[in-house]
Design a binder for this molecule. Sequence first.
Ligand SMILES: Cc1cc2nc3c(=O)[nH]c(=O)nc-3n(C[C@H](O)[C@H](O)[C@H](O)COP(=O)(O)OP(=O)(O)OC[C@H]3O[C@@H](n4cnc5c(N)ncnc54)[C@H](O)[C@@H]3O)c2cc1C
Length: 304
Amino acid sequence: MHDLVIIGSGPAGMTAAIYGVRSNLSVLLLDRLAPGGQIVNTSEIQNYPGMGTINGAELAIKMYQHTQELGVEFDYLTVTGVTPGEKGFSLTCAERPDDPVEARAVIVATGTTPRTLEVEGEDRLRGNGLSWCAVCDGAACRDQDVVVVGGGNSAVEEALFLSELASSVTVLVRRTMRADPASCDRLRSRDNVTVMEGWNAVAFEGAACLESVRVRCAATGEERQIACQHAFEYVGLEPVTSFVADLGILDDAGYVVVNSGMGTTVPGVFACGDCIEKDLRQVVTACSDGAVAARAAARWLKNA
Ligand SMILES: Cc1cc2nc3c(=O)[nH]c(=O)nc-3n(C[C@H](O)[C@H](O)[C@H](O)COP(=O)(O)OP(=O)(O)OC[C@H]3O[C@@H](n4cnc5c(N)ncnc54)[C@H](O)[C@@H]3O)c2cc1C
């Protein structure tokens, strides 16, 4: 039985782990993947104080090393359910369904996952030219034609990254660009970038691999075909929280509802980072939430 089990080792979970061990709790940090969360696949982070511009994977390694220096226990497990019991919580895990992890208190820090467009050809060409991660698959785009779908910060950052490798980058934006103006200006100033505002991707086409994206103008209904070998979707995120739906702690969109101490309506269950209901989903806010959650969990455990 651990004092505190943290589900998810992104910036939120890792910060919670650091604050948890520094409060003298026995902390187990779980992740279904390598530690780091979404920043592992982010090319450049330019807004984490003190770091200037840092590669996302490098920041993730620094954070993980910090947890290890402090003695946080880490395990590769995918949590599929959290069941309250008399003395704490039982966490069922996909990798060992008959051997649950026991915890006195739990922090949910499972972040979000990319939303899909749900258009023709998407399932078939997934991994065959169509991707959700420019850092993972961008190297294959050298001197090729690339389409990026989306107009938010993630889309613009990744389009900037891709424009340094690809011969052309076409950015499809459903309405208008929503990313911060400085990044939009940088993108528009690149010679090999075309921004198409008011255009939707309606199909991914190609036999075995992606060959083109069919696009439709929202205003006129005109359709065009953009020839490309790679396309990347950045059209929003969905919370990874279905495994705690039974606890009744989610809002209609699936985000965890928390109070100012990151506590949920279930005593002993806390949540932090991108998976909670909030306005700004960034590394710095995830870390802040993680610190608050661990401190609140430590206080709760002291009085339990
Ligand atoms: C393309 C892109 C670019 C970005 N650029 C920036 C930027 O420049 N600056 C910035 O501040 N932010 C940026 N962000 C946002 C930032 O990455 C997130 O706000 C931050 O990673 C959130 O941290 P988190 O710990 O809440 O969640 P995540 O980083 O999503 O981590 C959640 C972790 O939980 C794990 N997990 C999920 N479900 C389970 C389960 N059932 N069992 C076990 N483990 C589980 C996942 O594997 C993951 O490791 C970017 C995001 C994207 C997608």
